[in-house]
Design a protein around this ligand. Structure first.
Ligand code: HEM
Length: 366
């Protein structure tokens, strides 16, 4: 049998799907979680970095990058903390479709509707896009056009997690921006629907080389933020989903009294603005909002992870850092691939107001 200490590590596959079967085991596990918390130095374990990315990528070209992002977001979150969940989701939607290349930030053009116009992206928050644009302006003023929009989005997601109470972790940098956006078909096939069952979720994650544990861990991002009735009304109409807690369902009917309501509600009913492990506690009480959330507690492949994270926040945080870093490196462009966009919402080739050098990629704004 695995020891409790061995299942605490965030490396892939170190939680046994059958491990937390008994009360005795859970008790032992909880004790070990508490013990590790008190002795921990909070040094997180990271997956291998993709070649071309590093934790010190802008050390000489933009040494104040992280403090610019931090202080801008600190001020923004003081007036509206809800942008944090918007920024976290923005990074996820960027990475899952065509890799973390900032393509989600591009506006449509005469070439057709952009990635951002595809249905799953219509509920991304305008305030999150605005924050990335404003950050880019500040960063370009300080360092010149050297930092990619994809990196700004990754840093903003990290600071959103931290600012709402989540783990403080490092982000590998050096992503380059994509030169095109994805089609609606790609968006629909790589961004799972909230009505998905666990098999469908696992299929999408597997396609991206992400594990079942990554799926459960990253779903924990639903510890902050809101959702529209349209994302879960299938659980209320025409009949109530039997896996919903009846009292929780009553509350949802108050927010979404009929089909097609445009109202919104928080995803994690316990601590909606705090990044913690209460989302997993919600699932244990059948108070998960989406079919894709609640299903994680009902499927034997994912349930053990849900239980472990509900019992041990530290374990969730450690795995979240690991899985987020994996997600943040999906199909990244590095080196001379892609470019550094002058304006996060437009391709450099569509900007007529700047001059570029020979290869059309790395010129300076004059
Ligand atoms: C596992 C599959 C996932 C599905 C099916 C899913 C689906 C959704 C849906 C439907 C919404 C609400 C949209 C709305 O109605 O406004 C939402 C919100 C959110 N999602 Fe996910 N999601 C998934 C994974 C993730 C991941 C991996 C992350 C980040 C790492 C994430 C972060 C968020 C956040 C922070 C919100 C709240 C956004 C806000 O407040 O504006 N989700 N998700």
């Amino acid at each position: 049998m695995k020891t409790a200490a061995s299942i605490l590590r965030p490396e892939p596959g170190t939680i046994s799907p059958t491990a937390p079967a008994s009360m005795a085991y859970n008790f032992l596990f909880l004790l070990s979680c508490i013990a590790v918390v008190s002795s921990s130095s909070h040094a997180y374990v990271y997956p291998p970095l993709v070649e071309g990315l590093s934790f010190t990528f802008y050390k000489s070209t933009c040494p104040d990058l992280e403090s610019i992002v931090r202080s801008y977001l600190k001020q923004l979150f003081q007036s509206d903390i809800s942008v944090a969940s918007g920024l976290l989701r923005l990074h996820f939607h960027d990475c899952f479709v065509q890799g973390c290349d900032g393509s989600i930030l591009l506006d449509g053009s005469f070439g057709g509707p952009s990635e951002k116009d595809a249905p799953p992206n219509l509920t991304l928050r305008p305030a999150a896009f605005k924050a990335i644009d404003e950050l880019q302006t500040l960063i370009t003023q300080a360092c010149g056009p050297v930092v990619s929009c994809a990196d700004i989005a990754a840093l903003a997601a990290r600071d959103s997690v931290r600012s709402t109470g989540g783990p403080k972790y490092k982000v590998p940098l050096g992503r380059r921006d994509g030169l095109s956006y994805a089609t609606e078909e790609d968006v629909l096939s790589f961004l799972p629907s909230p009505t998905s069952n666990v098999t469908a979720l696992i299929d999408v994650f597997t396609e991206l080389d992400l594990t079942i544990k990554d799926l459960v861990t990253l779903s924990g991002a639903h510890t902050i933020g809101i959702a529209h009735c349209s994302s879960f009304e299938d659980r209320l109409f025409p009949t109530q989903d039997s896996t919903l807690d009846p009292i929780f369902a009553e509350k949802l009917y108050l927010t979404c009294p009929a089909l097609n309501s445009t109202n919104t509600t928080v995803i994690d009913i316990r601590t909606p603005n705090t990044f913690d492990n209460k989302y997993f506690v919600d699932l244990l009480h059948r108070e998960g909002l989406f079919t894709s959330d609640q299903g994680l507690y009902d499927d034997s492949r994912t349930k053990p992870f849900v239980i472990v994270f509900a019992l041990c926040q530290r374990m969730f945080f450690e795995n979240f850092v690991y899985s987020m870093t994996k997600m943040g490196q999906l199909s990244v462009l590095t080196g001379s691939q892609g470019d550094i966009r002058r304006n996060c919402s437009a391709l450099n080739s569509n900007l007529s107001w700047y001059a570029v050098d020979g290869d059309g990629h790395d010129g300076k704004v004059f």
